[in-house]
Design a protein around this ligand. Structure first.
Ligand code: NAP
Ligand code: GLV
Length: 313
């Protein structure tokens, strides 16, 4: 009897149980092991990973495909020893729906001035606004129109926001005005009152959200970053908030995670922080994607959601 293919699950989080249960239920033809329980590294055919120890994947000589538990693969690509094997990133409905919920929540929160009303409640102040704009009067801009950004932009449009999106290549999303490339970035920024960043962290996007970009946004704009901390220059954001140019920011991701206890974001009155929870890969639907990739690979068919290493996403 030939041995079953072996899949090694490696996660920096203490979350193996639901994944192993789903893998066993959905992929009975595979043997699953959870790192560091791996007596024979040469037996590993597939790896499903989130923040594996640097260098680990290079020690698996017969590895065929690397599946990322996350949509973002910047952490994996930062490993200089990452083996040259197909790298499949996570695209699954749970992650997409979760991100769209997060984006709509925080866009609506700033759109409807909730941080102001929450402060007024703490101060026992009863002071109304002369004008409460409708979503159709609010211009939202989504940077990154991939699996996550395109769904979030479409849902914001369904909520009647005046939505634009910016990506590398042109997109055609109903209800979303399309901008693309560096040339069209200034026009996209100039019409954006609430900016949502869903770009991957790459060499090109590193530090893209900086003082120059904030200066291109209208006064009182808001920045929501749910992509990666590397995309944002934190000191420039603080300066733009403190100067009064920006009204506020919601940040889910940071250059250093966990966010250090003495970081100025924690106590900044214009900043809302969430601890990298905007969207979490769901075990059931995430494993469905791994099963699809595994079966495609076994059948010699092309893999989908492959990372283009030259682009970095
Ligand atoms: P994706 O499908 O790869 O989409 C990336 C989008 O960004 C694409 O539209 C791409 O343009 C655009 N883009 C990339 N580089 C660009 C550049 N230099 N200029 C302009 N546009 C550029 O990625 P995704 O699945 O939507 O995920 C996006 C990111 O979200 C991930 O990389 C990850 O970092 C982050 N994320 C965060 C959380 C969280 O909990 N906070 C959860 C999941 C994911 P093209 O379409 O033209 O290629
Ligand atoms: C989470 O941050 C992901 O990239 O899936």
């Amino acid at each position: 009897m030939t041995a079953k293919p072996l899949l090694l699950f490696v996660s920096a989080h203490d979350n193996a149980d639901p994944w192993v249960a789903e893998l066993k239920a959905q992929l009975p033809e595979v043997e699953v092991r959870v790192w560091p329980d791996c007596p024979d590294k040469a037996a590993v055919d597939y790896a499903l990973v989130w923040k594996p120890p640097a260098g680990l994947l290079a020690t698996l000589p017969n590895l065929k495909v690397i599946f990322s538990l996350g949509a973002g693969v910047d952490g994996l690509l930062a490993d200089p020893a990452l083996p040259d094997r197909p790298l499949v990133r996570m695209v699954e409905p749970g992650l997409t729906e979760g991100m769209t919920e997060y984006v709509c929540l925080h866009v609506l929160r700033w759109h409807r001035d909730s941080p102001l009303w929450e402060q007024q409640q703490r101060d026992r102040v009863w002071k109304q606004s002369a004008h409460v704009p409708l979503a159709r009067e609010r211009r939202v801009g989504v940077m990154g129109l991939g699996a996550l950004g395109s769904d979030a932009a479409a849902m914001l449009a369904a909520l009647r926001f005046d939505v634009a999106g910016w990506s590398r290549s042109p997109k055609d999303i109903p209800g979303v005005k399309g901008f693309h490339g560096a040339d069209q970035l200034p026009a996209f920024l100039a019409r954006t009152e609430i900016l949502v960043c869903l770009l991957p962290a790459t060499a090109e996007t590193d530090g893209l959200l900086d003082a120059g970009l904030f200066a291109g946004l209208p006064r009182d704009a808001v920045v929501i970053n749910a992509s990666r901390g590397q995309v944002l220059v934190e000191e420039d954001l603080l300066a733009a908030l403190d100067s009064g140019h920006l009204r506020g920011a919601t940040l889910d991701v940071f250059r250093t995670e966990p966010l250090p206890p003495d970081h100025p974001f924690w106590t900044h009155p214009k900043v809302t922080i969430t601890p990298h929870v905007a969207a979490i890969t769901q075990a059931r639907t995430g494993v469905q994607q791994v099963v699809d990739g595994f079966r495609r690979h076994q059948a010699g068919q092309p893999l989908v959601n492959l990372v283009d290493r030259s682009r970095g996403y």
